[in-house]
Design a protein around this ligand. Structure first.
Ligand SMILES: CC(=O)N[C@H]1[C@@H](OP(=O)(O)OP(=O)(O)OC[C@H]2O[C@@H](n3ccc(=O)[nH]c3=O)[C@H](O)[C@@H]2O)O[C@H](CO)[C@@H](O)[C@@H]1O
Length: 416
């Protein structure tokens, strides 16, 4: 039996011994939904060590690797993607949603959950539907500057909405009452941001260790090319061209680390071998499990503008060249990118203009200008991303409280 802990921000009410906090988190598809879900899970466990946390996801996404690897059970639902389903298969969506919602309800009941949280991705809306079917409170966290259809739908089913970026408020039903908590990011990244801002000596030591771990040649500036959790072929190709260009110039003051995604690794390595056989100028890896090391070691990051990446860059303050994915629903990556470009912490490069030549033209003057790089780092506004996991966890715990305003009239109504 759980003893009511002495809670900072103590917001659960205790009149009698009760079951442990049990929360089901719906998150899936790509890293941008799963890592924030995992950061929330960790924050819940920090606040209530005996909390029972489970995830719902699908068989198709990165969650099948990342969630069990982090030590949490994953229950899979049969759900089709919201956006692709709209087209000719639009008529399949209500039935798919109800079926997946019923599966989520079974998980919620099985786990004796008190709250469901939708973090975005395929499984997010079913988690919220499942909570409605079970008469439980739910909360939606919107991570993008422009919400996707799944979360716009889910936000109509619950009055509890939290935002990563304030600018998405106007797109959501109930958005006016939403709280901007920031994007939950992993504890090592939040810590890296704090160290970078408050302890230059410690950060310099960390940076040296990270550069060693990533095999960055001594004295070279590191350009990290990180497409997003799945990689981005356009960026990988441009980065290989850039490496070839710098290698031809015999430059030993720059090094490119290319995160390709697993599917593109062998092709990228073959192309790199043709221009830089001994990996002096560039190295390709499939995935980086330690993004904290990668950010700490980098002088510039070239990346897509997924919301988690944008929030992490704002937190750690690494200057960025952002190449928004042009087919993201609602062009949300371009809006995400603005978070950094409007601060002066990032430069925008349209996807169609991205090549080895355009990257060289952008990066060469930038890397040669340490004051400009430092100004970009200084301009990055960390906002509340470093604290977002704890802020969101406090909201979730408040909803789980027996006397909390969880049984909102909207949650009592049937969704049918
Ligand atoms: C193509 C597409 O539709 N992408 C969407 C997807 O992005 P996607 O999941 O690719 O990208 P994000 O940038 O949001 O998140 C990537 C996450 O994976 C981590 N990471 C990445 C690479 C790596 O090697 N190791 C690693 O740990 C990053 O640190 C970050 O935490 O979900 C995001 C959140 O809704 C959206 O904003 C993006 O538009």
């Amino acid at each position: 039996m759980r003893t009511p802990p002495d809670r900072p921000g103590g917001d659960r009410h205790h009149t009698a011994p009760q079951e442990p906090l049990s929360v089901v988190i719906g998150a899936g598809g790509t890293g941008g939904h799963i890592y924030p879900g995992l950061a929330l899970a960790e924050a819940l466990r920090r606040a209530e060590p005996d909390a029972v946390i489970s995830f719902v996801g699908t068989e198709r996404g990165l969650e099948t690797r990342l969630v069990p690897q982090a030590g949490y059970p994953l229950h899979t639902l049969d759900m089709i993607p919201f956006d692709r389903a709209l087209g000719a298969r639009r008529y399949l969506l209500p039935a798919a949603l109800l079926r997946a919602g019923a599966q989520a309800r079974a998980v919620l009941r099985d786990q004796r959950a008190q709250v469901a949280v939708g973090m975005g991705g395929y499984a997010s809306a079913p988690a919220v539907v499942g909570a409605r079917l079970a008469g439980l409170p739910s909360l939606v966290h919107e991570s993008n500057a422009v919400p996707g259809r799944a979360n716009r739908f889910a936000a109509r089913l619950t009055p509890h909405v939290a935002l990563a970026f304030d600018r998405s408020r106007t797109h959501l039903s109930g958005g006016a009452d939403a709280e901007t908590v920031g994007m939950p990011i992993a504890a090592p990244l939040a810590q890296l941001g704090r160290t970078a801002r408050t302890d230059p000596g410690a950060f310099a030591r960390l940076r040296e260790r990270a550069r060693g771990a990533l095999r960055v040649p001594p004295g070279a500036r590191l350009v990290l090319v990180a497409g997003g959790s799945l990689g981005a072929d356009r960026l990988t190709r441009a980065a290989v061209e850039l490496a070839g260009h710098w290698r031809a110039q015999r430059r030993d003051d720059v090094h490119v680390l290319i995160k390709t995604g697993p599917a593109a690794l062998s092709g990228a390595r073959a192309r790199l071998a043709a221009v830089d056989g001994d990996e002096r100028t560039a190295r390709a890896v499939a995935y980086l499990d330690r993004m904290d090391l990668a950010y700490a070691a980098s002088d510039v990051v070239i990346c897509r503008a997924g919301s988690a990446t944008v929030a992490e860059l704002a937190t750690v303050g690494v200057p960025a060249v952002l190449v928004p994915y042009p087919h993201a629903p609602g062009d949300h990556q371009r809006h995400n990118a603005r978070v950094l470009t409007e601060q002066g912490a990032g430069l925008l490069l349209p996807d169609a203009d991205t090549s080895g030549d355009s990257l060289a033209a952008l990066l060469e003057p930038l890397l040669a200008d340490p004051r400009r790089l430092a100004a970009m780092t200084g301009a990055a506004d960390p906002g509340t991303h470093g604290a977002a996991a704890d802020l969101l966890a406090a909201r979730v715990r408040a909803l789980a409280a027996p006397t909390a305003p969880s049984r909102h009239p909207r949650e009592e109504r049937s969704i049918a």
